[in-house]
Design a protein around this ligand. Structure first.
Ligand code: ZN
Length: 678
């Protein structure tokens, strides 16, 4: 599971005028976090502290894994929609080769559209999953494309005919109703047939259900994640899986990934890590999901290596049924100082489980192998780039988590970049009720936020257990929201526990209040800045946050635990009683855990639909207007650093240098050129 950027306050960055052209090397002190700004997005840069202090062997390992992390980029584009790559290539051809007038609204609209495609790995918003609306006309687009030489356009599938290319992609770009939503989770429709992703073709939701239910054995205590690494299509009336593996679908990028993994295995830190890498190579080669489980177990057990990585088909948010996984990669290494924090939390995992306010039947009798660390991301790829999570907890298979534990990471250099880049942006002054809360947030916000992420990832997702016979996907479209709510609630509940001060994780019993205030402000109001007027909430992390905030607000209404107060026509969150708020959080945690453990679909549906989905249109308009006046970008993402191998005259690598000067546009163009695998 991924912990997406959770706090808008943290994720809101002052818009600056710095464009893409800042090419001079920044010194430590004046590190420039701001890279690019367009549409609703700001692109930032992150630092990789301590990279220089790694050994040459470790640096080589990171380098090889970072190459493997980018090789799968095209896979994700294709998974998100089957026209994404053709559209991206056409737009890139225009960007690189168009020799006509570029200084007009329409051409600028094309460039912005291209930047959005790069940012979202396709034509749908990375978060809302709605298709982008082009700010240029179809006639203009077709006119400029036709001025290009044929050899720069992706015409292989179109017999070299530009007209054929255009008649294929123009409707996809311009027809609003075609491929309108990448992930459709609406009620009462066929979510497979109406989702624009490329995980299924020509099949209905019912057919998918039947196909995979026939494979699953409900009594299997170690169920295979059927369907995780394939596209399901209908051929001659029969359902067939196109498996993503060497020799199968996506063979070329997967072969490249395997090539880098082989090099990585040669410089692995120890035998355990080497066997993890070999197991992953086996899985990519065979596509066998049993091997994937073996790999996941080996991966969980490797806690000694400083460098770690994820590379594969991991998260299922892009499939409304949660079966198919998008390709992603993160390479990272342990931040030794900050990891002491999470080690304290993990060492007390059993204590937290015992004291949790949930029904004893749903508690884990023994907490196995909870390992958590704070890391520095070294490279982000696939579904983790350019938009990136701030915490990751894997593997996703519940039975592996229960039998072997899970690994949880907090990406400290990413949260730090958010925090540093947001200083002085005016957000708190606009949305926070009074100076008291602003002071709390300034003093304790970063610390309590990181702690909440740690608790969410290290303990939240790993806590609790399912009742026997309840399968992982009983909650269907509500599953992800309920799971995220569970982890968030666990974190919120314990952030306010005196144990945090006792363990030295927070300085005093005021610090958690910063997190409580920010959470309620975000869940009740400010996250709405990310939603288009007229829409409801779709994304599961956002649903979960509103679910929690609304539920606590409603249940505490009689006692005025939390209020929404007006001042000068503006709405604010006011928390009157932090302790009662914690009690309510404990109550909701108990209920959400029950829903999860029992697989209570109707309970999940009722909670999510009643509290997590619907938006108050008046409040929505107000928040959007106030936010727009601040001129901030609601979404953030990152460019990666560039790793350059330095070789001696024999061609051997003698060092790896890290470079922070690449702009967003240059990085995207370079990736499209050097890692063009589909
Ligand atoms: Zn999570």
């Amino acid at each position: 599971m991924k912990h997406k950027i959770k706090m808008l306050a943290m994720a809101t960055i002052l818009m600056t005028s710095c464009g893409t052209g800042n090419e001079k090397q920044e010194s430590e002190e004046s590190f420039n976090y701001h890279v690019d700004r367009f549409a609703d997005v700001e692109v930032l840069r992150y630092q990789v502290p301590d990279f220089e202090s790694l050994s040459l062997q470790q640096k080589k390992l990171i380098y090889y894994l970072s190459q493997a992390a980018i090789e799968g980029r095209d896979i994700l584009y294709d998974q998100n929609n089957k026209y994404n790559l053709t559209i991206r290539k056409t737009l890139e051809a225009l960007f690189l080769n168009y020799s006509g007038d570029r200084q007009n609204k329409e051409f600028e609209g094309i460039i912005t559209y291209l930047k959005r495609v790069w940012f979202s790995n396709g034509i749908h918003h990375h978060y809302a999953t709605d298709k982008f609306e082009p700010e240029f006309s179809r006639a203009y687009f077709e006119m400029v494309v036709q001025t290009l030489p044929a050899n720069v356009l992706p015409l292989e599938e179109y017999n070299g005919d530009v007209k054929k290319l255009l008649s294929a992609i123009s409707p996809v770009i311009f027809d609003k109703s075609l491929y309108a939503k990448r992930v459709n989770q609406a009620e009462g429709v066929d979510v497979i047939a109406t989702s624009a992703n490329n995980y299924y073709e020509g099949v209905t939701e019912k057919e998918v259900d039947n196909f995979y239910n026939a494979m699953r054995n409900p009594n299997d205590s170690m169920p295979i994640s059927y369907g995780l690494n394939s596209k399901l299509v209908k051929e001659n009336g029969k359902l067939v899986e196109k498996v993503w593996k060497v020799g199968g679908m996506y063979s070329k990028p997967i072969e490249k990934i395997v090539g880098w993994l082989e090099k990585a295995a040669e410089v692995a830190e120890n035998d355990k890590q080497r066997s993890v890498i070999h197991s992953l190579i086996d899985y990519y080669t065979t596509g066998d999901l049993l091997t994937f489980d073996e790999y996941s177990i080996l991966w969980v057990q490797d806690t000694d290596s400083r460098i770690d990585f994820v590379n594969g088909f991991i998260e299922t948010y892009g499939d409304p049924l949660g079966i198919k996984a998008s390709w992603e990669s993160v390479v990272n290494f342990k931040n030794i100082e900050a990891t002491k924090r999470t080690e304290k939390i993990c060492a007390n995992a059993q204590w937290f489980e015992v004291h949790s306010p949930i029904d004893p039947r749903f508690k884990k009798p023994e907490c196995k192998g909870v390992s958590a660390k704070v890391i520095n991301a070294a490279i982000l790829g696939g579904d983790c780039h350019p938009a990136t999570p701030i915490g990751i907890n894997l593997p996703n298979a519940n039975w592996i988590r229960q039998m072997h534990g899970s690994k949880s990471v907090t990406l400290e250099n990413i949260t730090e970049a958010y925090d540093k880049a947001s200083i002085g942006n005016g957000f708190n002054e606009e949305f926070v009720w009074s100076q008291t809360e602003i002071d709390l947030i300034e003093k304790y916000g970063f610390q309590s936020d990181n702690l909440h992420t740690d608790l969410h990832e290290c303990l939240g997702h790993g806590s609790g257990q399912m009742l026997p016979g309840v399968s992982q996907d009983t909650l269907k479209v509500y599953g992800a929201t309920i799971e995220e709510a569970r982890a968030d609630l666990f974190g919120l509940y314990y952030a306010a526990d005196p144990k945090m001060v006792e363990l030295g994780l927070l300085p005093n019993m005021d610090a958690y209040k910063a997190e409580y205030y920010k959470y309620m402000m975000n869940g009740l109001m400010t996250q709405l800045t990310r939603i288009e007027i007229g829409n409801n909430i779709e994304e599961s992390h956002m649903r979960n946050r509103q679910l929690i905030a609304r539920w606590v607000y409603e249940k505490g209404k009689d006692q005025q635990v939390v209020e929404l107060k007006k001042r000068d026509g503006k709405t604010f969150v006011v928390i009157n009683d932090y302790e009662k708020m914690r009690t309510l959080i404990g109550e909701l945690l108990a209920e959400i855990q029950r829903v999860k453990s029992e697989g209570d679909f109707n309970g999940a549906k009722q909670l999510v639909e009643q509290y997590g989905v619907k938006v108050d249109p008046e409040l929505h308009k107000e928040i959007k207007a106030r936010y727009e006046a601040l001129n901030l970008a609601p979404y953030k993402g990152f460019v990666n650093p560039v790793y350059r191998p330095i070789t001696n005259d024999k061609g051997e690598i003698i060092d790896i240098k890290i470079d922070y000067t690449e702009s967003f546009v240059k990085q995207m163009i370079r990736y499209s050129k050097e890692f063009s695998n589909l």
